[in-house]
Design a binder for this molecule. Structure first.
Ligand SMILES: Cc1ncc(COP(=O)(O)O)c(C=O)c1O
Length: 344
C-alpha cells in the first residue's frame, strides 16, 4: 500500500509480548508500540483525528489557524499534521521546553510563542493559557485544540488505538494499565476495551507530584506523564486503581525495558514498567496485562538515560519513595547500579 501523506501512516502499531522482562509462567504482559507512529508518539492519533474531524464537519478549513499550549508530543504531532493539511499552527511553549523539541517544532514549520512570565504558582501553565486566550482574540479564524477538555482527544483512542487492540488481541485480557496526563488515552482505550471485556481491571499510572487524582502537587521532571491541573476529561474517567511512580522508578523502568527487551522508549514507558513491577506480586496466575509505550527514547537521552541525571534523583530528598519499588524481577543488581553511578 502506498500512503498519500505521512498523516495516513499514523496508527496500526504492533503489539509485542514482553517475555524477556517478565518471564513468569502464566503472566503475559503485552505492549502496543505507540512510539512507532511517524511523529514519534501516541499523540499523533489525537492530532490527526481532531484535524480530520474538523475538516470533515467544516469546523476547520484552509483559513483555520490552530493553537495549542504544549511543549511536547502533541505540539510535534500537530505541527506534522498541520503541515500535511497546509494549516497554520501556533504552539505556545515555555522556557522549560527541551532544545530538541523546540528544534523539531521549528523544522515542522510551527509558529512558536514562548511565554516568559511565571504564574502565581511559580510555573508557566496559567501564563500559557492566558497567551492562548490572547492569540484566540487576535488571530482571525483561530481554533484552540485544548487537549485537556476536547472529547475528540479520547475519541481518537476509542476508535483508533482501542479498536486496533481489540482487533489484534487473541483472546481476552485481565488488566489494562496506562500512563495518564490529559487522561484522553486512558479514557478512550478503557471505554473501548470494557465494551469487549466487561470485567476488565483498569489501572492508571500517574507521577508522584501530579494532581490528577487529588494527590498533592510536587516536583516532577519527566514530561508526558502526570499533570499540574486536573484535566476536564478526567471527570469522565473510570479507573479501578492508580499506581504512583516517581522519576527514579521511571528511569529504572526505562533502563530495564531497553536492557531486557531492546525497546528504547520514553519516560512514561518506564513508569508503566515500574508500575507493573509493583503490581505483579499481587496478581493471580494466569493473568494478562495490556499496556502501551507512548514515545521513543531519543528525546530522553539527557534525562532518564543520563546517569548523572538519574544519580541526582537518587540522592534527592524530593524522591524518597524508593522503598515502594518492588524488584522481584530481572532488574539491575547492585553491581550494575554501581556501574551506572546510581549507587555510591
Ligand atoms: C510520553 C507520554 N506519555 C503519556 C502520555 C499520556 O497521555 P494522555 O495525555 O492521553 O493521558 C502522554 C501525553 O502527552 C505522553 O506524551
Amino acid at each position: 500500500m502506498i500512503h498519500q501523506s505521512v498523516a495516513s501512516c499514523i496508527g496500526q502499531t504492533p503489539l509485542v509480548q514482553l517475555n524477556r522482562l517478565f518471564p513468569y509462567k502464566g503472566i503475559n504482559v503485552i505492549a502496543k508500540l505507540e512510539f512507532l507512529n511517524p511523529g514519534g508518539s501516541v499523540k499523533d492519533r489525537p492530532a490527526r483525528f481532531i484535524v480530520e474531524q474538523g475538516l470533515q464537519n467544516g469546523t476547520i478549513d484552509q483559513k483555520t489557524h490552530l493553537i495549542e499550549s504544549t511543549s511536547g508530543n502533541l505540539g510535534i504531532a500537530l505541527a506534522m499534521v498541520a503541515k500535511v493539511y497546509n494549516l497554520q499552527f501556533t504552539c505556545v511553549v515555555d522556557p522549560k521546553i527541551s532544545a530538541t523539541n523546540l528544534q523539531i517544532l521549528h523544522l515542522l514549520g510551527a509558529n512558536i510563542e514562548m511565554v516568559h512570565v511565571r504564574d502565581d504558582q511559580g510555573g508557566y501553565l496559567k501564563s500559557r493559557i492566558q497567551r492562548v486566550q490572547e492569540l484566540l482574540h487576535d488571530i482571525p479564524q483561530s481554533l484552540w485544540i485544548n487537549q485537556y477538555a476536547n472529547d475528540l482527544n479520547w475519541q481518537a483512542h476509542y476508535y483508533g488505538t482501542g479498536s486496533e487492540m481489540v482487533a489484534s488481541l487473541d483472546g481476552s485480557i485481565d488488566c489494562l494499565i496506562l500512563p495518564v496526563s490529559t487522561t484522553g488515552t486512558m479514557l478512550g482505550i478503557s471505554r473501548r476495551l470494557r465494551s469487549e471485556f466487561p470485567g476488565l481491571r483498569v489501572i492508571a499510572v500517574d507521577a508522584v507530584g501530579s494532581v490528577i487524582f487529588g494527590t498533592p502537587s510536587g516536583q516532577r521532571e519527566i514530561p508526558g506523564i502526570g499533570a499540574s491541573r486536573v484535566p476536564e476529561l478526567s471527570k469522565q474517567i473510570e479507573v479501578d486503581e492508580v499506581i504512583y511512580v516517581n522519576d527514579w522508578e521511571s528511569a529504572q523502568g526505562c533502563r530495564a525495558l531497553v536492557k531486557y527487551e531492546g525497546i528504547f522508549a520514553g519516560g512514561s514507558s518506564g513508569s508503566v514498567i515500574a508500575a507493573i513491577q509493583k503490581l505483579l506480586p499481587s496478581v493471580p496466575s494466569p493473568y494478562r496485562i495490556l499496556t502501551l509505550f507512548p514515545d521513543r527514547g531519543e528525546r530522553y537521552l539527557n534525562m532518564v538515560y543520563d546517569d548523572n541525571w538519574v544519580g541526582q534523583l537518587h540522592h534527592s530528598d524530593a524522591q524518597p519513595n524508593l522503598s515502594t519499588f518492588t524488584t522481584k524481577l530481572p532488574t539491575f543488581n547492585k553491581a550494575e547500579l554501581k556501574n551506572l553511578n546510581l549507587l555510591t
